[in-house]
Write a protein of this length. Structure first.
Length: 627
């Protein structure tokens, strides 16, 4: 058994070393399905950019490769039948490309699926906004949220910076577009009326409940028209503020905070207020989006963002856990890359954390002002051994550690991007996926992983108030069955792994009730083949839903959690290790299944690096602890 484990470790080490790029990073794909591919086609065609035919053809090929037999597109393998919004977007992208006609068999099948699911009117919020933007659905007469909300002061009960940075980056350009009701069409824009199920033309907007809000704002404006004229100048000021908000957050590659969706919306928002299609800002933004193209199984995919810092920090750390020394050329190059990506500028995080110097790390290759806690602890883990041999980097490592510690929420947990962004009543607003858009609360995965870093890589006492507060938060947020919900992974296995390893690293008793419940739950859900697997349905139903198949990544997370609290290898651990060794080269659909989420029910992520990183880490921990 031990020999087989060692051979698999060596295989993974050699594979990962061979994949490192010349700058020291790993650029494995951040794969979110076809949504960005379709939107890229729609963007290029809407702007009449005619010198990207090769890219458009490549993107249509990838979109078509993902269509199901029933004509639909799915978010994940076991999604029932298909996903309406993704199917509408894929259909629209193919039609707008000019290389597919609505009478083609594949398009007819997609049309049948769309109409059977309620047509354009039943699409998700962001899909409807795109359809309004490109003339396929009418903008409402009165946009439900006035642009003047940009001007609400910080002392107001709700203001712009009470919303998560991801939410703001998308909502600000949407506010501009919705209030200006801008529509971008060309002579070649397809017409999608055949995908509507309602016979008469009417306003169809982002969420059924918003009809009431729309009526409220409409009646308010009509009743208070004379008074509101006094404030007419506020609209232009709000427009200017929205413009400046976007311009101040453009990264060196031209994108808005490195996100595809926010950059897509920003381009149209700037055009709506008078920017030319030839403006350098627009051209740079387009170039930034095109730079995120990658190849997956021979097909071109435009990524939602790049994941180079995340990949590099995790891989460098995993290789070191497997025995690579900091002086190893692969590690040296990786850590030099990571240090070059440490944030030195203030970003929005400083609004709620004003007394802390910059020092965090972001997710993407080009990320200078939007660090997050998870990438910061991951990068600092990778750098931990080097800093004690290279004194010049110690102060920077300390600064990063200080930044992470300063980001702890008052409730004891850690958020992703900004502290104090957790006003649960915002999730009650009648906006689809409001909790994901507006909130950045403490989560078990961020809290657990931060504790694991603090416990294993800093000299922070296990009796430190921050550690004790975090333990208390995890205790109060453990599910009745012993698991924890993970915000950025799939899902309860991910959260439980992070919580267990974090608690174990900071002094929680393995035999205590908290960890015993978690271990029992993990052992109960182990599959007969020795592995673990979880469905994306978990995050929508807010309870564990088994995948009905085991995956390498879920198995590695579960086994690593068990190893962290077991002095001797248990039967569950041994079976899990056997699964990882036996199936390490698997090419089944389970290894393409999303293991990450951005927005539950809408946006899932297949990290192409995960099938290598997590098994290597777990096998290495197994060998180090039990051999």
């Amino acid at each position: 058994m031990q020999k087989a484990v060692q051979l698999e470790i060596e295989r993974l080490i050699n594979l990962l070393k061979a994949e490192q790029t010349s700058d020291g990073s790993w650029n494995y794909a951040f794969d979110t399905g076809v949504i960005t591919d379709a939107y890229m086609i729609i963007l290029l065609r809407s702007l009449s950019i005619n010198n990207e035919e090769k890219l458009i053809i490549e993107l249509t090929e990838r979109i078509m490769s993902k269509q199901e037999q029933n004509g639909a597109w799915k978010l994940y393998y076991d999604e029932e039948q298909g996903n309406l919004s993704r199917t509408i977007e894929a259909y629209y992208g193919l039609l707008y490309s000019g290389y597919y006609d609505k009478d083609d068999e594949c398009m007819q099948k997609a049309q049948t699926f769309i109409l059977a699911r309620g047509g354009l009117e039943k699409a998700g919020m962001f899909t409807k906004i795109m359809l309004c933007l490109t003339g396929q659905l009418p903008w409402p007469v009165f946009f439900p949220v006035p642009i003047e909300v940009m001007l609400l002061p910080a002392y107001f009960p709700v203001h712009l910076f009470d919303i998560s940075v991801f939410g703001r980056a998308n909502i600000v350009p949407i506010l501009l577009l919705g209030n200006r009701k801008h529509v971008f069409t060309t002579k070649d824009t397809p017409e999608l009326s055949h995908l509507k199920t309602q016979k008469r033309e009417q306003e169809v907007f982002v969420h059924p409940q918003l009809d009431e809000w729309q009526e409220y704002f409409s009646s308010l404006i009509q009743a208070r028209g004379e008074e509101l004229r006094f404030f007419e100048g506020l609209e232009q000021q709000a427009i200017n503020d929205a413009e400046q908000y976007m311009l101040r957050r453009i990264e060196p590659d031209g994108t808005l905070l490195s996100y595809f969706s926010s950059t897509f919306l920003m381009i149209f928002a700037l055009l709506s207020i008078g920017y030319s299609e030839n403006d350098p800002l627009i051209e740079r933004a387009l170039d930034g989006l095109k730079s995120m193209k990658c190849k997956i199984n021979g097909c071109s995919h435009v990524q939602y963002t790049t994941a180079d810092v995340w990949n590099t920090s995790l891989i460098s750390y995993a290789l070191q856990e497997a025995g690579a020394a900091p002086a190893d050329e692969t590690i040296r190059k990786a850590n030099a890359y990571l240090l070059s990506r440490q944030n030195v500028k203030y970003g929005d995080w400083a609004i709620h954390n004003p007394h802390q110097l910059p020092g965090g790390f972001g997710f993407s290759n080009i990320n200078t002002i939007n660090p997050d806690v998870d990438d910061s602890t991951a990068s600092l883990r990778s750098l931990a051994h080097e800093v004690f041999q290279e004194p010049g980097t110690y102060s920077r490592w300390q600064l990063g550690s200080s930044w992470v510690l300063s980001m702890q929420n008052d409730d004891g947990g850690w958020p992703s991007f900004e502290k104090g962004i957790n006003k649960p009543y915002l999730s009650l607003l009648p906006i689809e996926k409001a909790a994901f858009i507006f909130e950045d609360p403490s989560s078990a995965d961020l809290t657990g992983r931060t504790l694991e870093f603090l416990g294993n890589y800093t000299n922070l006492s296990k009796q430190h108030p921050s550690v004790k507060k975090a333990h208390k938060w995890l205790k109060s947020n453990q599910e009745a069955n012993g698991s924890w919900y993970g915000r950025w992974g799939i899902c309860y296995i991910y959260g439980t792994w992070a919580a267990v390893t974090g608690l174990a690293a900071t002094g929680a008793a393995p035999g205590g009730k908290l960890l015993k419940k978690a271990v029992s739950w993990l052992e109960e859900i182990q599959r007969i083949d020795g592995g673990w697997g979880e469905s994306c349905e978990s995050d929508q139903k807010k309870k564990y839903v088994p995948l009905q198949a085991s995956t390498l990544t879920h198995t590695a997370w579960a086994v690593d959690a068990l190893i962290s609290v077991s002095e001797t290898p248990t039967k569950a651990i041994e079976k899990g290790i056997q699964f990882l060794v036996k199936h390490g080269k698997s090419q089944k659909w389970t290894e393409d299944y999303p293991k990450g989420q951005g927005m539950g029910g809408t946006f899932y992520i297949h990290y192409h690096s995960y099938r290598f990183i997590w098994p290597l880490l777990t096998l290495s921990h197994y060998t180090r602890k039990y051999s």
